[in-house]
Design a protein around this ligand. Structure first.
Ligand code: ADP
Ligand code: ZN
Ligand code: ZN
Length: 773
């Protein structure tokens, strides 16, 4: 028997399966979808069996070394999906396959523990028992004598039910310079004084002996604790009373759950219009029919309310795939899904690959969010994967949003998608939106980032015991360092971006490559001492706010305060319990927050995204203002939004104020048409990166030249141009942009172009659905 194996891509230069021999004794144990270890050149690599066959055309094949699975890790559907992904996003099939797995299953074989003696699982025993008895004998004898080439069972290293809490006791104890791993852990602990073994052992690649040595030396204290592998176990199982749906909600549920329905629906409803109720009811109906469901959310750590509602409604039948889970927890959730123990999967982007086998509905909540697009290979959009899986399972897709992207709304207008509006906010009006002209504030001599009405509004809320959410539009809020003598800003040595000053650690960081440096005392260029931080970081805003309203208790949510696992939830829970009057944060707080006591939402500088060089800048700004102003007045109390801007008359600000999506859409479509942007054109983005700027430019010109042969009325090649991020991680970047009308041959041409450039010094990537520039 021969297995066709896709080998972990790093070593392969050709994207195709390789034939391997399945050793005679194990012939029926190897089936498509299993992970195996195979020899590849001098190495042994992780592979995935995609097919088995009787014969090969090759004169010689090597045998599979080891089988890593008892049951297939990939369903037949997911194997097929990986071909689709590799076809449509132009990536290796191996890349697509690996992207589907939780990290615990992705680790290459050398990180797996092989069981000491051959042990047969019940599954193997059953298989073996079907063999003729003399073969059975042979297997057992060979196994006992250690003559078998492969180990039948491999168990993943995963966190056990107990864990160890590690505490730093004495960081001053001298450690040998050779003890690199000990130093690594010690330094990690200096930053995070208490950690769990399960978190650090994979991250830092440690062994227990390192832990023991450090404990013996008195550097750390270790305590064994019980861990709760069900991270949501603590959620109260309230008695659930289903809502009585409004007519529009009911109409939506009826449409979605019509038997044999396979459409894609746009559920267009303002925040608070009851979209989630529609999701819950539709899923409930599908479960009653014995089908399963997937709910995708933009970023799960930011949607704890949504998870709670699903847990409350469907209890143990829900698996939550959460980026904040430990490796072991993720593995558990994934296994539960694979073994059919749950019927509802809730998760962010990669949860779209959950191995459900009988899907009845797939829902993308907040479909406009950028997190649905993966920005590395495979460069897929979750919506496209959802469509593919829905077609496979013959089930509907629901795209929910108050502010669908233009492409989606246009499709609904054309009838490609079915349109389901929820016109009213449930049980109330949308909060009034006040636009504050910040130019007038300046004229009045107010130089703080806060207008008087906003300050007054916040003070009022504090007096009344209500809460405020303040949003900082991320792009405008970094602190950079500038020399006032020579005018140089401090830049990352590897990327063409300013370094960001972090007050807390008094250091400079590059947010693109992670470079860190101490804050210099003098300008590195001219040695002047007049070197200073400029700009308005979130910390600085917090300080100013604390100065203006000394009685305010402020909870800040940004990169610095949320870098640790579970930090999001902790901050959100603290705010929910009323431990802060103000929640201050970047974009991340705009998503899905639902706090009944929040009656004021402020956007500090709504314009900050209008000027970014991306044709979606207006759309993003409209979405942000609409989404965030929908956060006010979600409970019984009336809400209000205050939007501060320097462009009060801009159509984006005006239509967002009126909650008028339709007018915004019409206006924006005209501009898109004039500019030659989606949804009128499809895009293809080719990015060329090289260590030398001239190399990048030459290659970009060559590629643009090749593609120009295709040019027609329906295909335009722009470029090469310097990429907006012209230097990243020491690579100089150029881009070529294709605009086309959806022709298949564009993909073929790009595939051919890429095939010529495998393993070259110059890196070329193609994104057929670029979403963020
Ligand atoms: P969305 O997902 O569109 O933001 P939600 O589904 O969260 O809206 O609904 C907003 C609020 O209104 C929630 O507190 C929800 O429980 C409540 N709600 C929505 N529809 C109903 C209904 N038919 N009956 C009772 N409460 C409802
Ligand atoms: Zn200087
Ligand atoms: Zn950098």
């Amino acid at each position: 028997m021969i297995a066709e194996v896709i080998v972990d891509v790093a070593a392969a230069t050709v994207d195709r399966p390789f034939d391997y021999e399945v050793p005679e004794l194990w012939r029926d144990l190897v089936v498509p979808g299993m992970r195996v270890e195979v020899p590849f050149g001098p190495r042994a690599l992780l592979g995935i069996v995609v097919a088995v066959k009787a014969e090969t055309e090759l004169a010689r094949t090597k045998p599979i070394v080891r089988v890593l699975d008892e049951t297939p890790t990939y369903t037949e559907e997911l194997l097929e999906l990986s071909s689709y992904l590799s076809d449509t996003t132009l990536c290796y099939q191996a890349t697509a396959l690996l992207a589907m797995l939780p990290a615990a299953l992705k680790v290459s074989y050398d990180k797996l523990i092989v069981t000491e003696t051959p042990r047969f699982s019940s599954w193997h025993q059953k298989k073996i028992s079907q063999f003729p008895s003399e073969i059975q004998q042979q297997i057992l004898v060979a196994a006992r004598q250690g003559e078998l080439h492969l180990q039948p069972i491999v168990k993943e290293k995963k966190t056990s039910k107990t864990d160890k809490r590690i505490r730093l006791v004495d960081p001053t104890i001298e450690l040998s310079k050779q003890a690199t791993k000990q130093l690594l852990l010690r330094n990690h602990l200096i930053e995070h004084p208490t950690v769990l073994w399960s978190e650090v052992m994979h991250e830092l690649d440690l062994t227990v002996s390192i832990l023991n040595s450090l404990e013996k030396k008195g550097v750390i204290a270790v305590e064994t604790i019980d861990v709760n592998r069900n991270p949501y176990e603590h959620l109260v199982q309230d008695i659930f009373v289903p809502s009585r749906l409004t007519d529009q909600q009911q109409a939506a549920v009826d449409a979605i759950t019509t038997p044999d329905e396979t459409s894609t629906f746009l559920l267009h409803g303002v925040t608070g219009s009851g979209k989630t109720e529609v999701y819950l009811e539709s899923i409930h109906t599908m479960l009653e029919r014995g089908r399963q469901a997937m709910l995708l959310v933009p970023e799960i750590s930011l949607t704890p309310m949504m998870v709670k509602r699903f847990k409350r409604r469907f209890g143990e039948r829900v698996a939550v795939l959460h980026s904040g889970l430990s490796l072991g927890e993720k593995y558990d959730e994934w296994r539960k899904i694979a073994q059919g123990e749950v019927d509802v999967v809730v998760g962010a982007r990669s949860a779209i690959f959950a191995p459900l086998t009988n899907v009845g509905v797939i829902i993308l909540d907040e479909e406009h969010e950028t997190t649905y697009k993966q920005e590395e290979n495979p460069r897929y959009h979750t919506r496209d994967v959802a469509s593919w899986r829905a077609a496979y399972h013959q089930c509907p897709v629901v795209l929910g949003s108050a502010t669908p992207i233009l492409e989606t709304y246009a499709r609904a207008q054309k009838g490609v998608y079915r349109y389901l509006p929820l016109k009213e906010r449930f049980g109330g009006e949308l909060p009034p939106v006040d636009i504050i002209d910040m130019r007038k504030e300046l004229e009045r001599g107010n130089r703080t980032p806060f207008s008087l009405p906003l300050i007054e509004g916040i003070k009022q809320r504090i007096e009344r015991g209500e809460q405020t959410v303040l949003l900082l539009n991320r792009r405008g809020y970094t602190t950079f360092v500038l020399c006032r003598d020579c005018g140089e800003t401090l830049q990352c040595p590897h990327c063409a971006v300013n370094l960001t000053y972090h007050q807390h650690q008094d250091c400079l960081k590059c947010h693109y490559c992670g470079f860190e440096a101490a804050m210099p005392k003098t300008c590195p260029t001219c040695e002047s001492k007049k070197i200073r931080q400029f700009g308005t970081g979130t910390q600085k805003i917090e300080e100013e706010l604390a100065h203006l309203i000394p009685e305010a208790k402020i909870i800040r949510m940004d990169q610095d305060t949320t870098s640790r696992k579970g930090a999001h939830e902790k901050l959100l829970n603290a705010f929910e319990r009323g431990e802060g009057n103000i929640l201050l944060g970047t974009q991340m707080i705009a998503k899905g927050l639902d706090f009944p006591n929040v009656t004021l939402v402020g956007v500090i500088a709504a314009d900050a995204t209008l000027g970014i060089p991306d044709f979606r800048a207006s759309e993003r700004t409209f979405q942000l203002i609409t989404q965030v102003s929908g956060r006010a007045g979600r409970g019984a109390l009336a809400g209000q939004s205050i939007i501060q801007t320097y462009n009060p008359d801009h159509y984006v600000i005006q239509t967002a104020k009126q909650h008028d999506y339709e007018t915004f859409y019409q206006r924006e479509m005209q501009l898109r048409k004039l500019g030659g942007h989606p949804p009128f054109w499809f895009l293809g983005l080719v990015t060329i990166s090289a260590a030398h700027p001239l190399e990048a430019q030459a290659e970009a010109e060559a590629i643009a030249g090749e593609l120009r042969h295709l040019e027609s009325e329906d295909l335009i090649v722009n470029g090469p141009l310097e990429a907006p991020l012209a230097r990243l991680k020491n690579m100089y970047r150029q881009q070529v942009i294709l605009k086309h009308k959806g022709q298949e041959d564009v993909r073929e041409a790009l595939r051919a172009m890429l095939a010529l450039r495998i393993k070259q010094k110059v890196q070329v990537t193609v994104d057929l659905n670029p979403f963020v520039f």
